[in-house]
Design a protein around this ligand. Structure first.
Ligand SMILES: [Zn+2]
Length: 341
């Protein structure tokens, strides 16, 4: 099955009332872990690459690994998404390479650090929507500023100082025509999200519900939505790691989001924790091992387990066979017709 439009994947998720996990990849083992989890749970899936991932893998390695995934897992509808495109150029290069979805993160300036103006955000995002939709490619925008820093991207704020304003979100969607919208409701990137278990109050779920009411037809995206489970932290620390106590986004809160318009849920930290814990365990228990496969295999298996669990919790499990993926040309035609209507 060729790579699928993320818009179609999210439209189907909205119809079915479920969310779809978007998992970050940098290498073969991470892609294999996600595809195996998707096969086991019969899930459609979003695989995403940050700018950091694209440079780490020299772009083409990652892209061809993704093509291999489409050949080896023909039953799995899969969208390939550019995570946090920092500029028009980054997004256009992803579209040119064959990504089926891009995030134009105009909430920050192209340095990926400085919060931008609403006008800048609208202009950059609108330009990408025009370029992307002409090719049937999906666009995610962002309004408000997320907390934390990931892959060198982010304003390093606490996540609460620039929450998404519902009126501004509605205006942004109207002016840009984005397919999906990342909102800031108190989540942040990285492992250190909260210093104690967050409540519905810390996470501003009311704000999310308000935004969904204003934009019932826009697919909402939750960034920084790893749950950072204690079991995964404990494995790392048990085998010589030094993670400080931390809390992520509880799965129940994500599920509440999914009931209120969240269709894409970004998860990266949980996968990183699973991989690192498994590798540390092998190093500690079998210090005589030096074949990389001896620790990469359990690492891959540990990531697969956490991805499969999230797929089940988000509700995407069992939905891989629900629909026939539309070619991107057909998506482009639909965008044209919609614009003309
Ligand atoms: Zn993000």
């Amino acid at each position: 099955m060729p790579l699928v439009s993320m818009r179609q994947l999210l439209d189907e998720a909205a119809k079915g009332g479920y969310g779809v996990g978007a998992f970050n990849v940098n290498n073969m083992e991470q892609i294999q872990a996600i595809m195996e989890a998707a096969r086991e749970t019969k899930s459609p899936v979003i695989v995403q690459a940050s700018r950091g991932a694209r440079s780490y893998s020299q772009d083409r390695f990652l892209y061809h690994l993704m093509l291999a995934a489409t050949e080896l897992y023909p039953e799995t509808p899969m969208a390939l998404h550019q995570d946090h495109g920092n500029s028009v150029e980054t997004c256009k290069s992803a579209i040119a390479m064959g990504f089926t979805s891009v995030m134009m993160d105009g909430s920050l300036m192209p340095d990926g650090k400085t919060p931008s103006t609403f006008e800048y955000n609208v202009k950059a995002t609108r330009e990408i929507v025009e370029a992307a939709h002409a090719k049937g490619v999906t666009v995610e925008g962002e309004i408000g500023v997320l907390g934390g820093i990931e892959d060198g991207h982010g304003a390093g704020l606490d996540g609460l100082s620039h929450l998404t304003d519902p009126d501004q979100a509605a205006e942004f969607v109207r002016l840009t025509g984005v397919d999906a919208l990342a909102i800031a409701i108190g989540t942040s990137h990285g492992a250190y999200k909260f210093t104690k278990k967050p409540t519905g109050e810390t996470l501003k779920m009311d704000r999310l519900i308000e935004i969904h009411k204003r934009l019932p037809n826009t697919h909402l995206v939750m960034h920084g939505s790893s749950s950072v489970p204690k079991e995964l932290q404990d494995i790392i620390n048990q085998y010589g790691g030094k993670l400080k106590p931390t809390w992520g986004v509880p799965v129940e809160e994500i599920q509440l989001g999914i009931k209120n318009g969240v269709r894409k849920v970004n998860v990266d930290t949980d996968c990183r924790l699973a991989i690192t814990g498994a590798i540390r365990k092998v190093f500690a228990e079998k210090p005589e091992e030096f074949d990389p496969r001896s620790y990469l295999k359990p690492a891959r298996e540990a990531m697969k387990k956490v991805v499969a669990l999230r797929m089940t919790q988000f509700g995407q499990a069992g939905h891989a066979g629900d629909y026939t993926p539309l070619p991107l040309e057909e998506m482009a035609k639909r965008y044209r017709e919609h614009a003309a209507a």
